[in-house]
Design a protein around this ligand. Structure first.
Ligand code: NAD
Length: 443
């Protein structure tokens, strides 16, 4: 199949028709292993692109994987050993980029999958980065602030042999935040002997972070939702939205949907969910979540089972928590018209096929949640130049990239007659494959 990337100009108000992409024979039908799912998604794209088998092999395997086991002194005087990872999937288009996840569930395959998804994401929005990801197996909620700081600093020191402003640049992900990034930057800088702000993004603005970074992923999701709903003739005003996950991505997306006049009827976190037919008061909920550590104590709605949130009859569903939330088990009960993936890997490939068959329009993670890495790119550029931009400039440049990327993927989806995930992969994988081919194999 030959691929071209014309930019979409007009918008159709028709419900998009989405042919089902076939799952290759011999691949597992449903797996909870995110790396298996990432490989399956790549396999489908490789077949459509008629990718050279050698090149496919190159893209299947992460280029570099580091596993570290390191001691941390706990507050009670004991010493605990933690396991951490940093995986760099591909650097054909530039230094690798990707978040750090602190979670009890993380493992090497999850980090591999997340690093591969970062490679495609950076290529789809056409920023000059490859993909990476890091993780530490820990429950950040069960650690004191002092323990978290010691863990972050020791982990940074362990992976400092593979990260750097020209090589691999971490950022926040689940369980980490701007403070974590400040500790990473400070630890790396202490060894370098001078301040190196560009080694990490998502830092506080006071130490070289970018205006707009903390909201960027959520803002990008709402921007992409705006493009998708326009195709269905829907407007933000009164749009019925459900958001799973109320952290950096889901919480911010819910707030911006609310600010733009949408009715956020349901939200959930790891503990529970809340529903209000008339729309939840998101700023009040956010205050409650900050104060109590969960939104479930809020009285402005009725409790809802977080799993049932996914099955609500809404215009837009935003899964913004963890992987494997829409699976073969529940895909036929999803009633949203549009799914905008805020989390990485929330939909399994089997569920993807079921949603397509049912005519549910899905905007994939590698496009929908790319606003964060786009502003991380801006932060890196600002840090390298020591020249900082205003928030409105950051937001409007990010939204311009998101809208153009959506139009490119939508056009590819129409031209090639495939769904949005495969269309995004055809663009992203091809850009990485082309860069790899042009560079050639060393030596
Ligand atoms: P976070 O730690 O800030 O928030 C995660 C939220 O999900 C929390 O509210 C948590 O309670 C909730 N949650 C966890 N398990 C849940 C469950 N089973 N059901 C419902 N809610 C649950 O993390 P985040 O930064 O918001 O990341 C969320 C997702 O978005 C991850 O997949 C991450 O990789 C992806 N992502 C994050 C960014 C970023 O800039 N932070 C960028 C792109 C993608």
């Amino acid at each position: 199949m030959s691929v071209s990337f014309p930019l979409s100009r007009g918008r159709s108000t028709e419900r998009p028709k989405l042919p089902v992409a076939s799952i290759p024979e011999g691949m597992p039908r449903e797996s909870s292993n995110p790396y298996h799912n990432a490989l399956q998604q790549l396999e489908i794209a490789a077949r459509h692109l008629e990718l050279d088998p050698g090149l496919h092999e190159v893209l299947k395997s992460p280029e570099r994987e580091l596993t570290v086991r390191f001691p941390v002194k706990m507050d009670d005087g004991t010493t605990r050993i933690f396991t951490g990872y940093r995986v760099q999937h591909n650097i054909a288009r530039g230094p690798s980029k990707g978040g750090l996840r602190f979670s009890p569930q993380t493992d090497i395959d999850e980090v591999r999958a997340l690093s591969m998804w970062m490679t495609w994401k950076c290529a789809i929005v056409n920023i000059p980065f490859g993909g990476a990801k890091g993780g530490v197996v820990c429950d950040p909620k069960a650690l004191s602030l002092a323990e978290l700081e010691r863990l972050t600093r020791r982990y940074t020191s362990e992976i400092s042999i593979v990260i750097g402003p020209n090589t691999d640049i971490p950022a926040p992900d689940m369980g980490t935040n701007a403070q974590t990034m400040a500790w990473v930057m400070d630890t790396y800088s202490m060894t370098a002997g001078h301040t190196v702000p560009a080694v990490v993004t998502g830092k506080p603005v006071a130490i070289g972070g970018s205006e707009g970074r903390s909201d960027a992923t959520g803002r990008g999701i709402v921007c992409i939702a705006g493009e998708a709903i326009a195709e269905f003739g829907m407007k933000m005003e009164g749009l019925r939205v459900a958001v799973q996950g109320f952290g950096n991505v889901g919480g911010v997306a819910a707030r911006i949907f609310h600010e733009k006049g949408a009715k956020v009827v349901a939200v959930s976190d790891a503990i529970g969910g809340l529903y209000n037919e008339e729309g939840l008061d998101i700023p009040a909920l956010q205050e409650c979540a900050n104060r109590d550590g969960s939104l479930t104590k809020h009285t402005g709605g009725v409790p809802i089972d977080p799993r049932k949130l996914l099955e609500l009859e809404v215009d837009v569903l935003v899964p913004a928590a963890i992987e494997n939330q829409i699976t073969a088990e529940n895909a036929d009960r999803i009633q949203a018209k549009i799914v905008i993936e805020g989390a990485n890997g929330p939909t399994t490939p089997t569920a993807d096929s079921i949603l397509k068959q049912r005519g549910i329009f899905l905007v994939p993670d590698v496009l929908a949640n790319a606003g964060g890495v786009v502003v991380s790119y801006f932060e890196w550029v600002q840090d390298l130049q020591f020249f900082f931009w205003q928030e409105n400039e950051v937001n409007s440049r990010m939204e311009a990239i998101m809208r153009k990327s959506y139009a490119d993927v939508r056009q590819m989806s129409r031209n090639a007659g495939v769904d949005m995930r495969l269309a995004a992969y055809l663009i992203g994988v091809k850009r990485v494959a082309d860069a790899t081919t042009i560079r050639g194999i060393y030596p």
